[in-house]
Design a binder for this molecule. Structure first.
Ligand SMILES: NC(=O)c1ccc[n+]([C@@H]2O[C@H](COP(=O)([O-])OP(=O)(O)OC[C@H]3O[C@@H](n4cnc5c(N)ncnc54)[C@H](OP(=O)(O)O)[C@@H]3O)[C@@H](O)[C@H]2O)c1
Length: 399
C-alpha cells in the first residue's frame, strides 16, 4: 500500500487538525502519516530529516533554503504548500528557481494566497485614516501628558476618503483586489497598477478563490477607475511616474521578484549612477503604505525621499532587512511624523481554520494526480502527474 508522508513545519499548530479534516473531506485514498513541527522550536537538523522523508510539505517558506539540492534534501517531495502568499524565500534555494537561473523545481510549489487580503486591506485603510487625521500625533501628545488642544489644528484639516485617489501597486492580484473592493465601497477613487495587459475578453483582474469574508463586496473589476499595466519595458519608468503623480495614497502589494526589487528606489543604472526614486513624482502630501515586500525600495532611498519631503509619510509593515534593527536609519534618522512601523503583521490570519478552503481544493487536485500516477495505465507508460494546482508558482513570471 502506498503511504504518503505529510510534513507540517509552521508556527501554526492548528494546521495539523486542518490537514486531518481536509484529508477526510477529500477521501484521500492512500495511507498517510502526518508529522508536525513548530518551525521556530525545532532544530534545523530535525527539519532536514523530515524533509528527506516528506511527500508533501505544508510550511512557511522560511525553510526554503533547507531544500537546496532537492535530490538530496527532499528526494520524495511532490508538493510544497506555502502558508505565506509571498514565497520569495525560494530565492535562497540552490539551485535557484527564480530568474536568471530558472532551474525548475522537482515539486509543485503553491502559494498561501487568498488568506491574507481582507486583514491587509483593513490595515491599509486604517493606517490611511490614522495618518490623514493625525491620530498618531495626537496620541504622542497624550503620551507626553499634553492636552490634545495644544495641537488641535493638526486634526482640523483632512481629506474625506471620497476625496482621495488611492493607487494600488499589484492591484490585479489577490490582496490588491481585496483592498480595492474595500476602498471602493468607502467611496475612494481607486487606481491600480499591474504587470500584464489583459487580452480582449479576458477578465480585468485575475480570478481568485473567493473568500466568504468578501460576500458583501462588489466584484473587483468594477472597483477600478483605471488599471495601468507596466508590461512595456521602454515606458516602464514614465508610466510608473505618471501613475504615482496622480494619487494621494500609494499602497504597495507587489511580490518580491527580480523585476520588482527596488522598483521604487535603490536601483543603479548601467553607468553605476543611482536611478532617482519614482516616488519623487508623487504629490508632497502623498502617503506611502508598504505591505508587499521591503525589497521594493532600499532603506537609503526611503530615507532620502522622506527627508526631501517628496512624500508626506510612509507606513511600513515590511522592510529591506527583517526584523528591522533598532539601528536602522529609518528609525534613527526619521522623525515619527514622517514614518510609522509595524512588525510584518498587516496580514495575519484571524481564525484557526484559515487554510482549510485552499488546502482542501489543492489536496483534491493532488489526490487526483496521485490516483492517476498509481493507475496501471500510467505506470505502464511511465507517465507522471503534471501538477496544475491553485496558486501554483510560475517562476517564469516570478510570482
Ligand atoms: N505584509 C504581509 O503580512 C504580507 C502578507 C501576505 C502577502 N504579502 C505580500 O503581498 C504580495 C502579493 O500577494 P498576492 O497574493 O496579492 O499576489 P498575486 O495574486 O500574485 O498578485 C501579484 C500582483 O502583482 C502584479 N505584478 C507582479 N509583478 C509585477 C511587475 N513586475 N510590475 C507590475 N505589477 C506586477 C501582478 O500583476 P498581473 O496580474 O498583471 O500579473 C498582480 O497584480 C506577496 O507576494 C507578498 O510579498 C505580504
Amino acid at each position: 500500500m502506498v503511504k504518503f508522508h505529510f510534513y507540517i513545519c509552521s508556527i501554526s499548530p492548528c494546521l495539523r487538525p486542518t490537514l486531518e479534516k481536509c484529508l477526510k473531506e477529500v477521501e484521500f485514498p492512500f495511507e498517510t502519516e502526518i508529522v508536525y513541527h513548530h518551525r521556530l522550536q525545532t532544530p534545523e537538523d530535525q527539519i532536514r530529516e523530515e524533509l528527506k522523508k516528506a511527500d508533501v510539505v505544508i510550511a512557511e517558506p522560511h525553510i526554503a533554503h533547507l531544500l537546496s539540492n532537492p535530490q538530496e534534501s527532499c528526494p520524495k517531495l511532490r508538493w510544497f504548500q506555502s502558508t505565506f502568499a509571498g514565497v520569495d524565500h525560494f530565492m535562497n534555494m540552490k539551485p535557484c528557481p527564480y530568474a536568471p537561473d530558472l532551474v525548475p523545481l522537482p515539486f509543485a510549489l503553491t502559494r498561501g494566497a487568498a488568506l491574507f487580503g481582507p486583514g491587509m486591506a483593513e490595515y491599509a485603510i486604517s493606517m490611511m485614516i490614522a495618518v490623514q487625521r493625525n491620530f498618531f500625533t495626537l496620541k504622542e501628545a497624550q503620551m507626553k501628558k499634553e492636552s490634545p488642544y495644544s495641537i488641535r489644528e493638526c486634526a482640523t484639516t483632512f481629506p474625506l476618503l471620497s476625496q482621495l485617489t488611492v493607487g494600488i501597486l499589484g492591484a490585479s492580484g489577490s490582496i490588491g483586489q481585496d483592498t480595492a473592493r474595500r476602498l471602493y465601497v468607502l467611496g475612494c477613487n481607486v487606481w491600480g497598477l499591474c504587470r500584464r495587459h489583459r487580452k480582449e475578453g479576458e477578465p480585468l483582474v485575475t480570478p481568485q478563490v473567493e473568500s466568504p469574508l468578501n460576500a458583501r463586496l462588489p466584484p473587483a473589476d468594477q472597483c477600478f477607475q483605471k488599471l495601468v499595466a507596466l508590461e512595456d519595458d521602454d515606458e516602464k519608468q514614465s508610466l510608473l511616474r505618471s501613475f504615482l503623480s496622480g494619487v494621494d495614497v500609494v499602497i504597495n502589494i507587489l511580490p518580491s521578484t527580480p523585476d520588482t526589487n527596488y522598483l521604487l528606489g535603490g536601483r543603479i543604472d548601467k553607468d553605476g549612477k543611482p536611478i532617482p526614486s519614482p516616488l519623487e513624482a508623487c504629490k508632497p502630501h502623498c502617503v506611502f503604505i508598504n505591505i508587499g515586500r521591503g525589497s521594493i525600495i532600499s532603506e537609503a532611498a526611503m530615507v532620502d525621499v522622506l527627508k526631501r519631503k517628496c512624500i508626506r509619510h510612509a507606513v511600513l509593515d515590511v522592510f529591506e532587512k527583517e526584523p528591522l534593527p533598532a539601528t536602522s536609519p529609518l528609525i534613527t534618522e526619521l522623525s515619527t511624523d514622517m514614518i510609522t512601523f509595524t512588525p510584518h503583521t498587516s496580514g495575519l490570519p484571524q481564525h484557526d481554520n484559515y487554510m482549510e478552503h485552499l488546502l482542501s481544493k489543492n489536496l483534491q487536485l493532488f489526490k487526483e494526480g496521485m490516483i492517476f500516477e498509481q493507475s496501471e495505465e500510467a505506470k505502464a507508460k511511465g507517465e507522471k502527474w503534471a501538477p496544475k494546482m491553485i496558486y501554483q508558482m510560475d517562476f517564469k513570471e516570478g510570482y
